[in-house]
Design a protein around this ligand. Structure first.
Ligand code: UDP
Ligand code: MG
Length: 327
């Protein structure tokens, strides 16, 4: 029951998308295993808890490493048929575990997010929360530029009407009932951190410090971050279209003043001058129209992608058998 203290030991699945992470996996997998063992020893979670890696079509040795790891007790893995990007890979993992676990925690595999925040996340679940967001309290390990762009990203999202938690990425705990409800969200344009708040249930936050990557390189340069922000906004909000409408209204009022002005000038016999202002207005208005059309085109593009209802990911291999396969 919501809001009441849960007293059975929940099965935890830690879901970790991995793309070309052969350098960092051998290091962080030990940390994840250590955390699972620790939580089991503290009797916070069930001994059936696992770490599930999602290989997102890596081109390096990542899948081999995952397969090796899965020979030991606490690891399992699934492999996507090709690279589908972080959000799709994470969704694949979450959908895979929704019927296997009581709680899932999603985290990146590079060790940037402090795994010690998991204790508090599990604690909050046991206290009756269904969603626990991991929020970065400091960004000192990031450069000024990364920090500035990332924080502007959240501000822009909120301004554009996307209900995303400030400084929260994809490190979060979700209970299985949230996962089961979330399975009904069938869209192909994914922006998980903006979609999860829509599901509802009782949320809470846990603060942690973000570290540097333990090894390997980031797959999120500025260009990808911009496109993620843009995608997030157009997937979750129609505020940009509304802003265009408002701006259209503003331009219409300006035009009305312009018309009045030119009529008066004509009556006073001051016409013909004003070539420069004519051209500027023309250029400005056609620029605005182009941008507006493009913006609306973005939405039509999304509708196009959504109507196809293509699968969001395809799982090609598993290191374990699913229940229906065992029969
Ligand atoms: N990732 C993925 N598919 C991709 C790109 C990234 O599964 O196409 C994974 C990656 O292995 C990591 C997580 O997504 O576990 C976050 O990526 P990264 O650390 O490169 O991003 P950053 O932390 O720099 O934003
Ligand atoms: Mg990272």
């Amino acid at each position: 029951m919501a809001g009441t203290k849960k007293n059975h030991k929940p099965i935890l699945y830690i879901v970790i998308p991995c793309y070309n992470e052969q350098e960092v996996l051998p290091i962080t997998s030990k940390l994840f295993e250590g955390k699972v063992r620790e939580l089991i020893e503290k009797k916070k979670i069930s001994d059936s808890s696992r770490v599930l890696f999602v290989n997102d079509g890596s081109k390096d040795d990542t899948w081999n490493i995952i397969q090796e790891l899965s020979k030991t007790k606490y690891f399992e893995g699934i492999s996507l048929s090709r690279n589908r990007g972080h959000q799709n890979a994470l969704l694949a993992g979450l959908m895979e575990v929704k019927d296997l676990c009581d709680i899932s925690i999603s985290i990146d595999c590079d060790g940037q997010d402090d795994i010690n925040a998991m204790d508090e996340m599990v604690e909050k679940y046991l206290d009756g929360c269904d969603v626990v967001y991991g929020v970065r309290s400091k960004r000192e390990s990031d450069t000024f530029f990364k920090r500035f762009t990332a924080e502007s990203f959240y501000k822009l999202l909120n301004f554009m009407g996307v209900e995303a938690v400030f400084n929260h990425a994809d490190y979060r705990l979700l209970s299985s009932r949230v996962l089961k409800e979330f399975a009904e969200y069938k869209e192909v344009n994914l922006f998980l951190r903006g979609m999860i708040p829509l599901v509802g249930f009782k949320p809470d936050t846990v603060y942690y410090e973000r570290h540097e990557r333990l090894a390997g390189e980031s797959h999120y340069p500025l260009s990808k971050m911009l496109s993620l922000a843009f995608d997030g906004i157009t997937s979750l909000s129609i505020k940009p279209i509304r802003l265009i409408t408002m701006f259209g209204g503003f331009v219409a009022i300006l035009s009305f003043i312009g018309v009045l002005y030119s009529v008066i000038a004509k009556i006073r016999g001051q016409a013909v001058t004003g070539w420069a202002s004519m051209t500027s207005i023309l250029c400005f208005v056609s620029g605005v129209q182009m941008i507006s059309l493009g913006m609306i085109g973005e939405y039509i593009g999304k509708i196009y992608l959504e109507t196809k209802q293509r699968p969001r990911f395809i799982i090609s291999e598993r290191t374990f058998k699913r229940k229906e396969e065992e029969k």
